[in-house]
Design a protein around this ligand. Structure first.
Ligand code: SAH
Length: 421
């Protein structure tokens, strides 16, 4: 598989955002990656320098030479760029890069409680980078009947949609070329209408037009299919195990069993996908000990990115009457996960925003989180991916959402980039 290397204007590569204090004096141009210079090559690993800091990234897609400039994402080199383009972007980043680190480090000092301690661990081990991934929810058809989920097969009240292969490729192209995302999650219900041919056409079609780290979130499909999609260039798999408690699992996911899901996640790991997994907080019958086991299980799967969030009861599901967990419980879970795994990315999910619209992102990022997703599903489909109610940002323009995310990151000293391992 070869990514196309297009020549383009470096100024277009930058996302301009006007910001308030504390960085108002700096002309801020943000984007989701900083170019790095290849300073070493060893088998499949490229050593990439960012302002004097060297990180590793797997080089699966290019014949690289020392001295070349690249973008890396999630630990993979995903794009090669020219020196002049890289230098133009780096010039705009240089002052900001160090300023943001300073703000982050100042905020993390003198921790007083569990969440602040977790934030300091994040700052020490992970620095101030925060991955910002786009997500396209391309179908809400699902063959599963999970008791918690609004798109469960027996919910007849929901309007179903499927994006065509072309629509998905176009939406991805827009997210990568116009909105400047470097990593994109493709999520759907477990929808076998997308067979091997269609899924391969989607992955190949996207990568032919625009280089990106593609992450699949398509449910329990055959390992062989995942293997082919990996060969086509997909590199991430997002598949939550939902709960480590087998009894709760089998009650909430009829006709499924936990071992099968865990085995699939392990197979995906063996294929060498980046693994994103996790669980739901607030399931009926779940205890604090279960949540600690959930964190341990996430760790034991060799997870690159934790993805967990509160259960938001959906009115058309059997769990409609279950209480929502509190934002405090959710933030403490982020903090515990961070303390138990200093090195993983931890996603602050949109479901957390549903229970605390104003502050969840900021609080999650200051409790150990260092990753966010922005919904880039085309407006006409967005609201229909109704896995839980009151999802944030449904009426906002995606550009507004991006601007407010970047503003938030800037205010707490986080760079919206993923520098690699
Ligand atoms: N088919 C894919 C994607 C499922 S939707 C898969 O099986 O992985 C993505 C995630 O949404 C699920 O894994 C589940 O953890 C979460 N989810 C479903 N219903 C939810 C609800 N009511 N509240 C919060 N999260 C929910």
């Amino acid at each position: 598989m070869a990514h196309s290397i297009r020549s383009h204007n470096p100024a277009q590569e930058l996302c301009g955002v006007s910001l308030n204090a504390p960085m108002a004096h700096i002309k801020v141009l943000m984007c989701y990656a900083i170019p790095g210079r290849v300073v070493g090559l060893e088998d499949r690993i490229a050593f990439v320098d960012y302002f004097g800091e060297t990180k590793k990234a797997r080089n699966d897609f290019f014949q690289l030479s020392i001295g070349e400039y690249v973008y890396a994402q999630g630990g993979f080199v995903i794009q090669r760029i020219s020196e002049s383009e890289a230098k133009a972007v780096l010039n705009t980043w240089e002052e900001l890069f160090f300023k943001l680190k300073e703000i982050d480090s100042d905020l993390a000092q003198n921790p007083k409680d569990l969440r602040q301690k977790a934030n300091l661990i994040r700052q020490k081990h992970q620095g101030n980078s925060c991955c910002v991934h786009g997500i396209i929810e391309f179908s809400n058809h699902c063959r599963c009947d999970c008791l918690y989920c609004g798109i469960r097969s027996s919910n007849t009240a929901i309007e179903r949609y499927r994006m065509t292969v072309e629509e998905i490729i176009d939406a991805a192209y827009f997210a990568i070329s116009e909105l400047k995302f470097k990593a994109l999650v493709l999520q759907s219900g477990e929808d076998t209408w997308y067979d091997e041919d269609k899924l391969l056409a989607i992955v190949q079609g996207i990568l032919r037009k625009s280089p990106a780290l593609l992450i699949l979130s398509i449910g329990e499909r055959e390992a062989g299919l995942y293997e082919k999609l990996y060969q086509a260039g997909a590199r991430g798999a997002l598949l939550r195990f939902e709960t480590s408690n087998p009894d709760i699992y089998s009650k909430l996911r009829p006709a499924h069993n936990l071992d099968e899901r865990i085995n699939l996640i392990k197979k995906l790991r063996d294929i060498e996908y980046l693994i994103m997994t996790g669980f739901l907080i607030g399931l009926p019958g779940q205890t604090q000990d279960d949540i600690l086991s959930d964190i341990q299980m996430t760790n034991s799967l060799g997870t690159d990115m934790f993805s967990f969030g509160p259960l938001i009861p959906h009115p058309q599901t059997p769990l409609s009457g279950v209480p929502c967990p509190s934002i405090d419980d959710t933030l403490d879970t982020i903090a515990r996960a961070r303390i138990m795994n200093p090195d993983a990315r931890i996603l602050v999910t949109t479901s957390m925003e549903t229970i605390d619209k104003e502050n969840a992102l900021r609080s999650g990022l200051l409790s150990g989180g260092n990753s966010l997703m922005v919904d880039v599903t085309p407006a006409k489909y967005k609201k229909l991916y109704d896995i839980y109610p009151n999802r944030p940002g449904m009426d906002a323009e995606v550009s507004e959402t991006i601007a407010s995310v970047l503003k938030l990151l800037n205010s707490i000293g986080r760079a919206p980039v993923d520098l690699g391992l």
